[in-house]
Design a protein around this ligand. Structure first.
Ligand SMILES: *Cc1c(COP(=O)(O)O)cnc(C)c1O
Length: 370
């Protein structure tokens, strides 16, 4: 499709570095492509220095310029509501208390650690759960910081799963990535490494580079957790990126965030999950939008999420139904939420509500007669 950028040679368009170097960062640049609303013009001005804007040409090209409520537009272009006094006063910059004594490291579950490798992102998503880091400038962890993290993991034998996030962790140089991965692989108790990356959505061209893919393949098992929020994001380029990852033995899972105005309609969510299965990406989580300062306007009711989960059941394979979860503030962990299917429980007799229709009585036999 390549809306707005038909004149760019394909070779440049398919280059990740071109996409990053040509990110749209000012109101003037953006106005060349899209007629901005008052709310957006004010938004870009008022969020300057607080929550900066950056949009790759690729992600911008997905926006329908005639639709002020376009789901890509809402995720990428600042709006004045982000700095609205009420939105600001209610939110918390770091609801999960992620910052510990080792910079970038959060160790909340015994077997897993989270490490933020950089504050850089290809696109600054307006709903970002780590919106606070927009203010830190674009900076990757230094070798010394990575060494502190590696030391921590070495000393904690219970850690089997290392989740590398950011910012955009797969944006760092190949040298830095190789340094991190090769050292993690030397730690015997580290079983898997996961990247929380939105590049398949924001700049899928990252994965068109065979040398880069060699690196991911070399340090297998590596998993990718990505972040598709809307069926419009599943383009030919995104599909190619996923296909290349899968061919290198990197499984790709998805985490969606429930966002008001973007994907809070059951039909949209069903189409998203169907299309994800078609490109062989498993939807693992649907997160309720976190109470993050500057992003509260994206929050829906909890009921909305439950309604969506209810709608999905029966219309798509269980493989395509993620766990709907709320991340508890204070670092208390993610809790799954589900519509209730048990209407009554008396001893060993249960009354279930069928996701297809009606109710069914279900009895568990007394163990003693078996
Ligand atoms: C979400 C999260 C994880 C990973 O949780 P999974 O359920 O394994 O995806 C790990 N550590 C922290 C701090 C997290 O917030």
């Amino acid at each position: 499709m390549r809306r707005f950028f038909e004149h760019v040679p394909l070779e440049l368009w398919r280059s990740y570095h071109w996409q990053v170097q040509n990110r749209i960062r000012t109101k003037e640049e953006l106005e060349r492509y899209i007629r901005l609303t008052e709310e957006e013009i004010k938004g870009i001005e008022l969020t300057k220095g607080l929550y900066p804007m950056a949009i790759t040409p690729y992600y911008l090209s997905l926006i329908d310029p005639d639709d002020p409520r376009d789901p890509i537009r809402l995720q990428a272009i600042p709006r004045a509501v982000e700095v609205d006094e009420r939105v600001q006063s209610l939110g918390d910059p770091d609801p999960f208390r992620e910052e510990g004594e080792v910079p970038g490291l959060t160790h909340r579950y015994p077997d897993r650690v989270l490490f933020t490798l950089t504050t850089f992102c290809a696109v600054y998503c307006r709903h970002c759960m780590r919106k606070r880091i927009f203010q830190e400038g674009e900076r990757a962890r230094t070798k010394e910081e990575i060494d502190r993290f590696l030391d921590y993991v070495r000393q904690h034998e219970e850690v089997r799963d290392v989740l590398i996030s950011g910012g955009e962790p797969l944006s760092v140089s190949e040298e830095k990535l190789e340094y991190l991965l090769s050292n993690l692989r030397k730690i015997p108790h580290v079983e898997i490494v996961r990247f929380g990356t939105r590049l398949p959505v924001l700049a899928p061209q990252r994965f068109f580079d065979d040398r880069f893919l060699d690196l991911l393949e070399k340090y297998s098992p590596i998993w990718v957790n990505t972040h598709f929020n809307h069926p419009k994001e599943i383009t030919e380029e995104a599909e190619e990126a996923i296909d290349r990852l899968l061919r290198r033995g990197v499984p790709v899972n998805n985490q969606t965030v429930l966002l008001k105005g973007v994907n809070d309609r059951p039909e949209v969510m069903l189409e998203l999950f169907r299309r994800l299965l078609r490109i062989k990406v498993r939807p693992v989580y649907l997160f309720h939008c976190d109470p993050v300062k500057g992003a509260l306007h994206f929050r829906t009711s909890l009921q909305k999420g439950i309604e969506i989960m209810e709608y999905l059941r029966g219309k798509i394979s269980g493989m395509g139904i993620p766990t709907y979860a709320v991340d508890l503030p204070g670092g208390k962990g993610k809790v799954p939420i589900s519509p209730n299917y048990i209407l009554k429980a008396e001893g060993n007799t249960f009354l279930f509500r069928s996701p297809l229709d009606g109710t069914v009585e279900y009895v568990i036999e007394d163990a003693q007669i078996l």
